[in-house]
Design a binder for this molecule. Structure first.
Ligand code: ADP
Ligand code: MG
Length: 759
């Protein structure tokens, strides 16, 4: 090991537990960096150490200048990034500094360094920061430089290469700890880690190079203090390497084998700890209270189904049967209802609620926003028309007198179905006999709220609806306690929405197409993303845009504007007009993302589509194609894609921009290629990574930092089997070999545990 804490370094007392030590204690991280890291959820040394590389540069290939020249002369594909493996091929050249100078002035200034080996010479080029670079080098010193080569005329160049100094700069001896950066090859040669970063991180120096330095420091200081949590028996049975070695292997692998072993260990541990918590949780729920046993025969539900102008799909019928069986059983129902946008989840939920009502209980229906609660209330009221059922809406915006009246009806039980937001579960809302709770989460999960509603009744049945299709086995593994029903069939007669990608240059032909659809009696949505820093600016932009559409693009047509800040009454008014065809075009911010149901609307134009996430785009598109007309979704993009392509590929910030661009391109491509929500969800999962996809905070599922629940299924199953066996044999984790685990769960993982106990 190289000397790390130099004698002259004023080191604070270094706390020994990496789980609790603030990341600020790591050498090279001050208050500024740690504040930014905290925004990304990296608070402790442990968090930092588990900030694992997103991919690696393969610089195991050290080449001569001549060889690099030959490589760079080949067509670009020879140097292409391999996105499938996580390796990006770059080349490393070792040579001597021949000359360097600054060219140009001001913004145009750049730093050029000529590096030579016996086979030839090349230019290293940096834009900006010339004064910094100017003092970094010495003629005659040896450097290793890594990057992807390009040509400027016949000059071979590496733009913004990463460098390592092979000989120390004059005056800096081996003993000087501040020289460490130059004395070892953190950045070139071998497999070089690239870290997930972002503009904010890059701004405080935490680009991949910065992460390599601070993680290197953290490993040196804390490496030995990292506890081994896994029992020796499991380590042996699954051929795992020790935890601390795994960290080094993953951050600074010398070769692919080592990297793979390290990754396996980190992934296994992460999955195992998660499954262990699930196993302990399930153990506890075995002693849970009894729930309600409903009689599943419901006249009301049958009357509802008979009153529909369509018949239920087979999938809807199957799911209603699954739910009825749950409701009949005395065990409290805890069911996840999955179904793509437009698959008809609302009616299924309503049937469940009617079973409860028929049995003399109340039903609560919870939507994620007030707007949606209002829409659901309208839809449900409409469906219930003619049935002897009292339905009420409870939202925060209501005046106090009507609110009091509704609270009274809820308390005495005459409000049989109550629709609202999470406000339904505030203290002043008392249900008389709450029997079933339906939660419409669309594409979010909300394990959190399930807790508080438990307290509202004597263990009501819970049905959670989501439009996020998760592979069935996966959801069963993730939600040990949740049963899953899937509506895997769309109502007959639906035609897949035609999806097109257009640039702003094609605006006029898009507008003309929309005019044609409206003249043919149909309606259109224009969706405008919120992209400004402040909501105020956003609304201004949306309003300006609306006026432009009305005056310049669609004069003579009837347009309405809708956004989240519009008062409820005005929103209702706009919605009512659009639904009754008094408006041709609804211009909206994403508030129409979910729940809106206007079958006559056949066109959706999504502006600045690159700003939207994939799940969001899919939800938006789900607003059209709800009738029997052929519908079209047009995604517009700005010149943005072209702009991003012009950036310098070597610079970290630009690499990130390019990554963003590539992701956006892939999202849009997925939208064009398929309307299958299942495929979309899997693509989304792949592009975003599962942590982000599930939205940790709402879900209580830890965002896996290392493991990938899509591709690491085999490891997940092993970890699950091991964890459940362990809890079976030693439910109190009392055996000496389980003490580290027990301590870990009790002292360090307490937040996550409390999250998990509520479900
Ligand atoms: P989601 O699953 O997205 O919540 P909804 O419940 O809002 O879907 O249903 C979408 C639309 O399809 C609604 O207009 C609804 O009335 C209609 N619908 C539901 N089930 C059927 C069916 N079996 N056949 C035809 N239309 C249906
Ligand atoms: Mg719905």
């Amino acid at each position: 090991m190289r000397p790390y804490l130099g004698a002259n370094m004023q080191s604070p007392v270094i706390p020994s537990d990496p789980f609790s030590s603030p990341v600020q204690y790591v050498r090279g991280i001050g208050p500024k960096k740690s504040a930014v890291l905290a925004q990304f959820g990296i608070r402790t040394v442990y968090d930092l150490l588990l900030h694992v590389p997103r991919r690696y540069l393969d610089r195991t290939t050290i080449v001569t200048v001549a060889a690099l020249r030959a490589l760079a002369s080949r067509p670009p594909s020879a140097l292409a990034v391999d996105e499938e493996t996580t390796l990006r091929q770059e080349y490393t050249v070792v040579g001597e500094v021949r000359s360097f100078r600054v060219l140009g002035v001001g913004k145009k200034s750049r730093f050029v360094l000529v590096l030579a080996d016996p086979t030839g010479s090349l230019q290293c080029l940096w834009f900006g920061g010339v004064h910094y670079w100017k003092q970094m080098f010495h003629i005659g010193e040896t450097l290793a430089v890594s990057g992807q080569p390009s040509f400027y005329g016949t000059i071979l160049q590496l733009i913004h290469p990463d460098i390592d100094r092979i000989t120390p700069p004059a005056g800096e001896g081996e003993a000087d700890p501040s020289g460490t950066r130059w004395l070892n090859t953190l950045h070139t040669g071998g497999l070089v880690p690239l870290y997930p970063s972002g503009q904010e991180l890059v701004r405080v120096g935490l680009d991949s190079g910065g992460f390599r330095r601070v993680i290197d420091a953290a490993l040196h200081t804390y490496g030995d203090a990292l506890p081994e949590l896994l029992p020796a028996s499991i380590i042996a049975a699954r051929s795992l390497i020790p935890f601390s070695r795994a960290l080094t292997s993953v951050h600074f692998p010398k070769e692919l084998d080592e990297l793979q072993n390290g990754l396996k260990r980190l992934k296994y541990e992460e999955l195992f700890l998660f499954q262990l918590k699930l196993a302990l949780k399930r153990l506890r729920t075995k002693t849970d209270n009894e729930g309600i046993s409903f009689s599943p025969k419901s006249r009301l539900a049958r009357d509802l189904v008979d009153s529909l102008r369509f018949s239920l799909t087979r999938a809807q019928v199957r799911v209603i049967n699954e739910i009825s069986r749950d409701m009949e059983s005395p065990r409290p129902m805890n069911r996840l209802l999955q179904g793509d946008v437009g698959s008809g989840k609302t009616i299924v939920a309503l049937c469940a609620m009617l079973i409860a009502v028929e049995n003399g209980y109340q039903a609560a229906f919870m939507a994620p926003t007030e707007l949606l609660a209002e829409q659901h209330f309208a839809t449900l009221s409409h469906l219930l028309h003619g049935l002897p059922v009292t339905i009420r809406l409870l939202v925060g915006a209501q005046k106090s007198a009507p609110r009091r009246a509704i609270l009274g009806e809820i308390r005495e039980g005459s409000a049989q179905i109550v629709v609202g937001t999470h406000a339904l579960f505030e203290k002043d809302v008392e249900f008389n006999r709450l029997g079933v709770v339906t939660i419409d989460e669309q594409h979010r999960f909300g394990v959190m709220q399930r807790a508080s509603l438990r307290g509202k009744g004597s263990n009501p049945d819970v049905l959670v609806m989501t439009a996020t299709p998760i592979p069935r086995t996966l959801s069963l593994t993730l939600y040990g306690d949740l049963d899953v029903s899937v509506i895997d069939e769309l109502p007959a007669g639906r035609r897949p929405v035609t999806t097109l990608l257009r640039s702003d240059g094609e605006w006029e032909s898009v507008a003309e197409f929309v005019r044609g659809e409206i003249r043919a009696g149909r309606q259109a949505y224009f969706v405008y993303p919120l992209i400004e820093e402040s909501e105020k600016l956003d609304l201004k932009a949306a309003t300006v845009h609306f006026n432009h559409l009305q005056k310049e693009v669609f004069p003579g047509f009837r347009l309405g504007l809708m956004h989240g800040r519009l008062p409820g009454a005005e929103r209702d008014d706009v919605m009512r007009k659009f639904t009754s065809r008094a408006l041709d075009i609804l211009v909206a911010t994403t508030v129409i993302e979910v729940g809106i149901d206007v079958p006559n609307a056949s066109v959706m134009v999504i502006e600045n589509a690159e700003h939207f996430g994939l799940a969001q785009l899919h939800q938006l598109r789900g607003r059209v194609g709800r009738g029997s007309d052929q519908s079209t979704c047009i995604m517009m993009t700005k010149g943005w894609l072209a702009r991003a392509a012009k950036r310098v590929p070597g610079r970290e910030a630009d690499r990130l921009a390019l990554d963003q661009q590539r992701l956006a391109e892939q999202r849009l491509a997925a939208m064009v290629q398929t309307t299958d929500g299942f495929v979309i969800a899997e693509t989304d999962l792949r592009l975003r990574g599962p942590g982000d996809f599930f939205g940790t905070r709402q879900s209580g599922i830890p965002a896996f930092r290392v493991a990938d629940i899509l591709t690491d299924t085999a490891l997940l199953n092993d970890a699950r089997a091991d964890a459940f066996a362990l809890v079976e044999n030693d439910p109190l984790l009392a055996q000496s070999d389980h003490r580290a685990l027990s301590l870990h769960l009790r002292t360090r993982a307490s937040d996550e545990m409390s999250l998990l106990t509520v479900g």
